[in-house]
Design a protein around this ligand. Structure first.
Ligand code: 9MR
Length: 328
């Protein structure tokens, strides 16, 4: 497959390269047989797009619901896909990923107890069936350089990140623990702030195994070499590094735009491999699944590798070729 990538599926190429190529998925989509077929044939890992988040798994204190997440894990096990857990701690204004009952806990010790209950139940439930977790998602301000003033930072202070990583390691000694950040691809100042945060964690001996750059490329292609340099600096800290949520909206579903999109996907994979990164996840399997249509108020952002009929787009071939040529 690495010699002639076009004769193989994306997953076959990735398997031979020792690379993970993943998609964000949802149990409601997996029930569509056409979607399930493409997912099983073309990807070798999955991330739950929403069903492992706090609001989904513990909507009320002590009330757990793993229904959707378990469907994803079962599908992954039946089809030999690696599962990435997303996300233990993530609180962003206007998104309901942390339920209100958690946001109402403003006593530090009580919040620590709540975190311990959550981590114990969730990490215990999934055990080894989830390969690794995003322990903290989006620690830095969306467009800034300071720590995001989320509920955990407000109640526990800046060291909440160190604390929750230590807790995750204590509760699950073997799970790989990741930190995941958005919008660094076009923002050198934020990228520096994120690097400084991560380097500080490593220096303090915080149990951190991997760094995810989300790769929602709303502003188009990153500057040549930017990702390679940044990912290389994370790898140099002894950490795994990956692109965890890539999508790239295009102006319209025209062939020229799809070719341009393919070039950017190839650029990202090239730079990822050159920096020693080991994975690319796209934030959805096919264009109709994307969150970007809602976010951008359009119906044609077409940011993924497959179109609405599950036909592979030029970006799909480009990613295969980039993985093969970056590995050989
Ligand atoms: O795509 C996800 C959307 O379906 C959810 O409603 C939303 C809130 O849970 O989260 C979206 O995924 C986000 C991811 O978890 C973290 N990075 C940004 C993604 C897009 O908002």
């Amino acid at each position: 497959c690495l010699e002639v990538p076009r004769s193989c599926s994306l997953a076959q190429v990735a398997d031979e390269a020792g690379f993970l190529v993943g998609a964000a998925v949802d149990s409601t989509w997996i029930r569509d047989p056409a979607y399930a077929d493409v997912l099983a044939a073309e990807f070798n890992s999955v991330t739950a797009e929403r069903e492992m988040k706090w609001d989904a798994v513990q909507p009320q204190r002590g009330t757990f619901d793993f229904t959707g997440a378990d469907e994803i894990v079962d599908f992954a096990e039946q089809n030999g896909l690696v599962v990435k857990g997303h996300a233990l701690v993530w609180d962003q204004e206007h998104l309901d990923s942390t339920p209100d009952w958690v946001l109402a806990v403003d006593d530090p010790d009580e919040l620590r107890a709540v975190l311990r209950e959550h981590f114990t139940a969730v990490l215990g439930h999934f055990g080894d069936s989830v390969d690794r977790w995003d322990v903290v998602n989006e620690p830095i301000e969306t467009l800034g350089v300071g720590l995001y003033p989320n509920h955990f930072q407000q109640v526990l202070g800046d060291r909440y990140i160190d604390e929750v990583f230590a807790l995750a390691r204590e509760v699950s000694p073997t799970t790989s623990l990741w930190i995941n950040e958005a919008a660094v691809e076009f923002n050198p100042a934020k990228a520096e702030a994120f690097h400084e945060l991560v380097a500080g964690m490593v220096e303090r001996g915080v149990p951190l195994d991997g760094v995810g750059l989300q790769g929602h490329l709303l502003a188009g292609a990153p500057q040549d070499g930017f990702l390679e340099d940044l990912m290389g600096r994370f790898a140099a800290l002894g950490l795994e590094v990956g692109i965890t949520e890539m999508d790239l909206p295009v102006e319209a579903g025209t062939e020229a735009e799809y070719e341009r999109q393919a070039d950017v996907y190839a650029q990202v994979v090239d730079e990822c491999l050159a920096a020693g990164c080991s994975e690319l996840t796209t934030w959805g399997v096919h264009d109709p699944q994307t969150w970007l249509d809602d976010f951008m108020g359009r119906t044609d952002t077409d940011p993924l590798l497959f179109d609405g009929t599950f036909t592979a787009k030029p970006a799909h071939a480009a990613v295969k070729e980039a993985i093969a040529s970056g590995t050989l």
